[in-house]
Write a protein that binds this ligand. Structure first.
Ligand code: FRU
Length: 479
C-alpha cells in the first residue's frame, strides 16, 4: 500500500493507543488469517531475520512495520520455537531507536556467542536531505531478552558501493567468523562483500574481498545473501534484484535464487565450482530466504511469503506478509532439496483418502501420487463451479503448472497468473500444504517447491479432482 513518507517514518512513540487499537481491530476482521503459519502481529512482515539457535530454543525475528501494510520504519520482532513449527512472539523487539538505525533496523542475522545472542544487522540512517548512510551494526541479546546495542559501527559504507549495502549474515567457517553483505557497486551492479571478525572478535570486522561466486553482475542489487554448508558444500542463497531474464527464467518481480558450490576458498575470496544459478522456488512469492547451520547438524531455511513492491488483498486489513514453513536443506544426487521439518507431521490429524470435498476449512496437507504418463488436474480452494487454484501435473510431458487466475481476489497480475516448472516425466509425489490463503507445494520430497498466496472468496473451500488418476491422503492440520 502506498502511504506518504511522513506516515511511514513517523516515530513509534507518536502513534496513539487509539490508532494502534484500530490497526489491531482491522486485522482481526480479515477472512484470511493463517492457522499454522507465522503472520505479523500487526502491520507488514517481510524478511526473516536472526534465524538461529540460542538458549535452548530456535530464534526467529521478522522485519516489521507495525502500523499498516506498507514498508516504513522497520523493526525486528522476536519469536522463538522448540520444534520449528510453533513460533511464539515474545514481545521482544529490536527497535529503530538509535542514531545508527534511526530510519530502520534492517535485515541481518544472529549467532550465539558466550551465552549471548549476537545480532548483526543494517542500520538504515538518513539525513535531512534523505540521503542514506547504510551502516552494519550490532547488538547483544541476553537470555532474558534484554537487547544492548553497540555504540560503535561495525562496518561503514565502503568507497566502492552505493547506498545499497545491507543484510549482513554471520557464519562460522572452520572456527572463524565471517560475514557476507549484499551490495551495489558504483556501476549499479549487484555483488557480495566478505568480511571476517578480527581475532574472531565479532565487535571488530575486517574486509576480506569481494566474493567470487560465478555471478555475471546482471542484477542491480543482491539482497539477503546467505551462505550455508550442506554436506560441507557451500550453498549460496540470494535475492538478485533486476537479474537479466536471459540468465534465469523467472516471473516474480524479483527472484530468490541459489548456487551449489564445491568449496569455499577464503584466501581467494571465492566459492569454487559454483553451479549455474537456479530458482529456489517456482511459486508466486518466496523472497529473502534466510538459512543457518544449526547445532543439531541440520541446515534450516525460512522464506518471506511476499515480495517487495507488491500490494496484497490483505492491505485493506492493515497487514501483509507471512513466513513460510521452516524447510530443511539437503543435497541428493547433486540436487538441492527443501522439505518441511519432520515435526510438521505432528499437526496431522487422521489420514483420509483423497477424494472430492466440497468444504474444507482450507487448513490441510495433501500427500498424493500422480502416476507416470498421465495428466492430472486438481483444484484447491474450489467453489461449486470449480473455480479455484488449478494445479496441473503432466507426467507425460514433465510439467507442473499452477494457475491462480480463478482463485479469489486477483493481485500482482502484471507478473502473470500462472507459474510452472519442469518435472521428471515419471510418477510424481506431491505434498501440498494449505493454510487459509497460503499454499506450499513440495514436489518429490522437495526437489522443486512452489510457494504462494491466494485470497479465496468465502465459498472457495473445496478440493476437486477434475481430471486424471491421483491417489493419496488428506490430513486436517491443527495447531
Ligand atoms: C529485502 C530488504 C532487505 C532490507 C529489508 C528492509 O526484502 O529490502 O534488503 O534489509 O528488506 O526491510
Amino acid at each position: 500500500m502506498n502511504l506518504p513518507t511522513e506516515i511511514r517514518y513517523r516515530r513509534y512513540e507518536d502513534w496513539t493507543e487509539n490508532e494502534k487499537h484500530k490497526i489491531i481491530e482491522n486485522k482481526a476482521k480479515s477472512p484470511w488469517l493463517a492457522s499454522y503459519h507465522l503472520e505479523p502481529k500487526t502491520g507488514l512482515l517481510n524478511d526473516p531475520n536472526g534465524f538461529s539457535y540460542f538458549n535452548g530454543k530456535f530464534q526467529l525475528f521478522y522485519q516489521n512495520w507495525p502500523f499498516g501494510a506498507a514498508h516504513g520504519l522497520k523493526q525486528w520482532v522476536h519469536t522463538e520455537s522448540s520444534d520449528l513449527v510453533h513460533f511464539k512472539e515474545t514481545g521482544i523487539t529490536l527497535e529503530p531507536d538509535h542514531a545508527h538505525d534511526s530510519h530502520g533496523a534492517y535485515s541481518g542475522s544472529a549467532y550465539e556467542i558466550d551465552s549471548k545472542l549476537f545480532l548483526f544487522y543494517t542500520g538504515n540512517v538518513r539525513d535531512e536531505d534523505w540521503v542514506r548512510d547504510p551502516l552494519q551494526v550490532g547488538a547483544w541479546m541476553d537470555k532474558e531478552g534484554h537487547i544492548e546495542k553497540f555504540e560503535k559501527v561495525l562496518i561503514q559504507q565502503p568507497q566502492d558501493v552505493t547506498e545499497h549495502f545491507r543484510d549482513p549474515q554471520i557464519f562460522d567457517y572452520q572456527g572463524q567468523f565471517y560475514a557476507i553483505v549484499g551490495a551495489q557497486n558504483l556501476d549499479k551492479k549487484g555483488f557480495i562483500k566478505l568480511y571476517k571478525a578480527t581475532n574472531n572478535d565479532v565487535t571488530n570486522w575486517e574486509f576480506v574481498g569481494n566474493l567470487e561466486f560465478g555471478g555475471t553482475g546482471s542484477e542491480y542489487m543482491i539482497e539477503c545473501p546467505n551462505l550455508v554448508f550442506v554436506d560441507n558444500k557451500p550453498v549460496l542463497l540470494y535475492s538478485p534484484q533486476g537479474l537479466d531474464k536471459s540468465e534465469l527464467d523467472y516471473d516474480n518481480i524479483y527472484p530468490n535464487t541459489y548456487k551449489i558450490c564445491q568449496s569455499f576458498d577464503t584466501e581467494n575470496t571465492e566459492l569454487v565450482g559454483a553451479s549455474p544459478i537456479y530458482n529456489l522456488d517456482y511459486g508466486f512469492e518466496a523472497y529473502a530466504t534466510q538459512g543457518f547451520n544449526a547445532p543439531d547438524g541440520k541446515v534450516y531455511i525460512v522464506s518471506w511469503i511476499g515480495l517487495p513492491d507488491i500490494d496484497y488483498p490483505t492491505d485493506q486489513y492493515d497487514y501483509q506478509g507471512a513466513m513460510s514453513l521452516v524447510k530443511e536443506l539437503t543435497i541428493k544426487d547433486g540436487k538441492l532439496y527443501q522439505y518441511p521439518v519432520p515435526a510438521m507431521k505432528e499437526l496431522r490429524s487422521e489420514a483420509k483418502p483423497l477424494a472430492n470435498l466440497d468444504s474444507t476449512n482450507n487448513t490441510y496437507e495433501l500427500e498424493v501420487t500422480v502416476p507416470s504418463d498421465s495428466k492430472t488436474e486438481l483444484i484447491l480452494f474450489a467453489d461449486q463451479e470449480s473455480n479455484g487454484l488449478k494445479i496441473t501435473i503432466n507426467t507425460k510431458e514433465g510439467q507442473l503448472l499452477v494457475d491462480r487466475s480463478s482463485a479469489g481476489q486477483q493481485y500482482a497480475i502484471d507478473f502473470g497468473r500462472t507459474r510452472q516448472c519442469d518435472i521428471d516425466p515419471s510418477e510424481t509425489k506431491l505434498n501440498i500444504f494449505v493454510d487459509k490463503s497460503i499454499f506450499e507445494i513440495f514436489v518429490n520430497d522437495g526437489e522443486k517447491v512452489f510457494t504462494g498466496r491466494v485470497f479465496p472468496n468465502q465459498d472457495q473451500t473445496g478440493i476437486h479432482i477434475q481430471e486424471g488418476q491421483i491417489s493419496g491422503s488428506y490430513f486436517d492440520l491443527g495447531v
